[in-house]
Design a protein around this ligand. Structure first.
Ligand code: NAD
Ligand code: UDP
Length: 360
């Protein structure tokens, strides 16, 4: 049976991707320390899958632990080997991801994101697993671009979180024997199969409303905040700036449905395992921009709920426009986002109103 190791599997993107990979017939080792997630997410992944309860038990091994624990990682690879199975690839979602917090806790971010990835890569090398799909971010591009971003654009992250992602990309390129993180596809002379997927703004939820984004702390991102206003947990949102160089003065982002992101991971794996060793660095975005004011209007039209707002000053480190050029994704992994912004609003609201307390 073909096995995959998924780090950070219980998190927002990990849980949706685990469901897609489970339905695609893989056996999954799901590793998470639950620092920002709940084991309930993985129970629900099992329930949502197209497998019987018995098969779910066979196909999902949940491991509560930390990616920095090398002996735990060894045990996972060894337990697959003992069953005569092989982990053919890793999906690496585990990490800390809050931009603001990364300034206050920079050491934790380097330790968890970069330190954790080094432990993981060492274990992979020891057990001859040379394929990894890594969660990178559009944050690696920095803030100076007001056009659709393409993989060859300069890398200039402006916060510790983005720096950890750019550093991991460079480390992966180096391990693969490649020279640049500004090329979408390169052959790996060292025999590695690696995809760094630069997500733009993942949002939405599984259409069942059973799994979704579950921030443990007060959310900072626009989608969870809009949902909190919609369920009346919060009175209004503050729009950060009304004088950006955009048509309505508010920030434009490329929101991409989390199920599209999850399918993008499977597309990346399919490409990696059916091709010669290579390093792929690919944007996962829709190529469609939505401003904050547009989003509030679309939310009202699709859900029927008004989101009260007021304008505040610009947020430190924000950019006017963050938009993907998704051309290389179509070319190299045959993926493009299928779901539109209305579906993102509908599915994220569906999750939020069915689970007003998240997984609690
Ligand atoms: P998330 O916080 O929901 O998921 C991350 C998971 O990793 C959590 O379940 C957490 O408990 C786990 N984890 C953290 N540190 C760990 C460790 N040391 N050992 C084991 N488990 C650990 O985040 P997400 O939104 O699902 O993001 C997944 C990945 O995608 C992250 O690496 C993030 O940086 C990246 N990313 C996310 C976004 C986004 O907007 N959500 C955008 C770009 C990139
Ligand atoms: N935003 C806002 N108010 C908030 C949170 C976000 O106006 O309370 C804006 C933000 O300035 C940006 C967009 O919403 O233009 C998306 O922000 P988010 O934090 O979700 O994503 P990111 O900035 O990381 O792309």
């Amino acid at each position: 049976m073909r096995c995959l190791l998924i780090t950070g599997a219980a998190g927002f993107i990990g849980s949706h991707t685990s469901l897609v990979l489970l339905n695609a017939g893989y056996k999954l080792f799901l590793l998470d320390n639950f620092s920002n997630s709940s084991p309930i997410a993985l129970e629900r992944v099992g329930r949502l899958s197209n497998l019987s309860n018995e098969k779910v038990k066979e196909r999902m091994t949940i491991v509560n632990g930390d990616i920095r624990d090398f002996s735990l990682l060894e045990n996972i690879f060894l337990s697959a080997e003992k069953n005569g199975e092989k982990i053919i690839s890793v999906f690496h979602f585990a990490g800390l991801k809050a931009v603001g917090e990364s300034f206050e806790k920079a050491f934790d971010y380097w330790d968890n994101n970069v330190g954790g990835t080094i432990a993981l890569l060492k274990a992979m090398e020891k057990y001859s697993c040379r394929s990894i799909v890594f969660s990178s971010s559009a944050t690696v591009y920095g803030t100076k671009n007001n056009k659709a971003l393409i993989e060859t654009d300069p890398i200039s992250p402006i916060n510790p979180y983005g720096l950890t992602k750019a550093t991991i990309e460079k480390m992966l390129a180096n391990i693969a024997g490649c020279h640049s993180t500004r090329v979408a596809k390169q052959t790996s002379p060292r025999g590695w199969r690696i995809a760094c997927l630069r997500y733009f703004n993942p949002a939405g939820a599984h259409p069942s409303g059973e799994i979704g984004e579950n921030p443990k702390d007060i959310p900072n991102n626009l989608f969870p905040l809009i949902n909190q206003v919609a369920i009346e947990k919060k009175e209004s949102i503050t729009i950060f700036g009304q004088d950006w160089p955009t048509p309505d003065g508010t920030g434009i982002r490329d929101y991409v449905h989390v199920m599209d992101i999850a399918e993008g991971h499977k597309a990346a794996l399919d490409t990696l395992i059916s091709s010669n060793p290579q390093l792929l660095i690919i944007n996962l975005g829709s190529g469609e921009g939505t401003s904050v004011l547009d989003l509030i209007k679309i939310f009202k039209l699709s859900i029927g709920i008004d989101i009260p707002y007021r304008f505040g000053p610009r947020r430190n480190g924000d950019t006017a426009i963050s938009l993907a050029n998704p051309g290389e994704a179509l070319k190299f992994i045959k993926w493009k986002a299928k779901r539109n912004i209305e579906e993102i609003c509908r599915d994220s609201w569906n999750w939020q109103h069915q689970n007003p307390m998240g997984y609690k």
